[in-house]
Design a protein around this ligand. Structure first.
Ligand code: FE
Ligand code: ZN
Ligand code: FE
Length: 199
């Protein structure tokens, strides 16, 4: 009977998965940058696209540091997240709502990556792969920063722009029932927060 595969084998499998995920994200981020209407959102996707190219490079150095051939293995998880993002981009949303949805989809991808790299860093450290661990931690930090940037953009006006537009015109602001809507939204957000933190 062949020997059972080890944590090191699982580590290499996960690296291949991450490598493939980054390659898929190169294409997705380019599309998202094009689709975004707000300049700062488009710039954020563009800048993370550049970072993602660097991550592909870093992963190649991780493989090299382990004496492994560079190889990807189809990442079904990120493929699903990208697929969902594509469906949303085909919807007929007003531009501010589309921007809010692009952020929502982008953050799903960043959180998926944060989970993957968090595990990879821990495993690399555990097995004494110092160089790999350092490179993977650099990538993890970039994913966290990309996620935080998207949160800042959402909270810095994009969500509000989406919620204030019952139409895509911005000259309706005065006759919209804004106070009532503003009361409802935070309450809903609070309720949702409670739900997710309750065990
Ligand atoms: Fe990435
Ligand atoms: Zn995956
Ligand atoms: Fe990312």
């Amino acid at each position: 009977m062949a020997e059972a595969k080890t944590l090191h084998d699982a580590f290499i499998d996960e690296l291949r998965d991450a490598y493939d995920a980054e390659k898929q994200l190169l294409k997705a981020l380019a599309k998202m940058a094009k689709k975004a209407s707000a300049d700062d959102l488009s710039a954020a996707f563009d800048s993370h696209l550049g970072e993602t190219r660097g991550q592909v490079d870093k992963l190649e150095r991780v493989f090299a540091s382990l004496g492994e051939k560079v190889r990807g293995k189809h990442c079904d998880g990120i493929a699903g997240i990208i697929e969902e993002g594509k469906s949303v981009m085909e919807e007929d949303f007003d531009s501010a709502t589309m921007d809010a949805c692009l952020i929502a989809g982008g953050q799903r991808a960043e959180h998926y990556e944060m989970a993957a790299y968090g595990t990879l860093v821990a495993w690399a450290r555990l097995m004494g792969h110092t160089e790999a661990g350092d490179l993977l931690e650099e990538i993890l930090d970039e994913e966290k920063a990309a996620d935080a940037k998207l949160t800042a953009l959402a909270e810095g006006g994009i969500n509000e722009a989406a919620s204030s537009g019952t139409t895509s015109e911005d000259d309706d602001e005065d006759d919209a029932p804004a106070p009532a809507r503003q009361k409802v939204r935070p309450a809903k957000a609070k309720a949702a927060k409670k739900k997710t933190t309750r065990k």
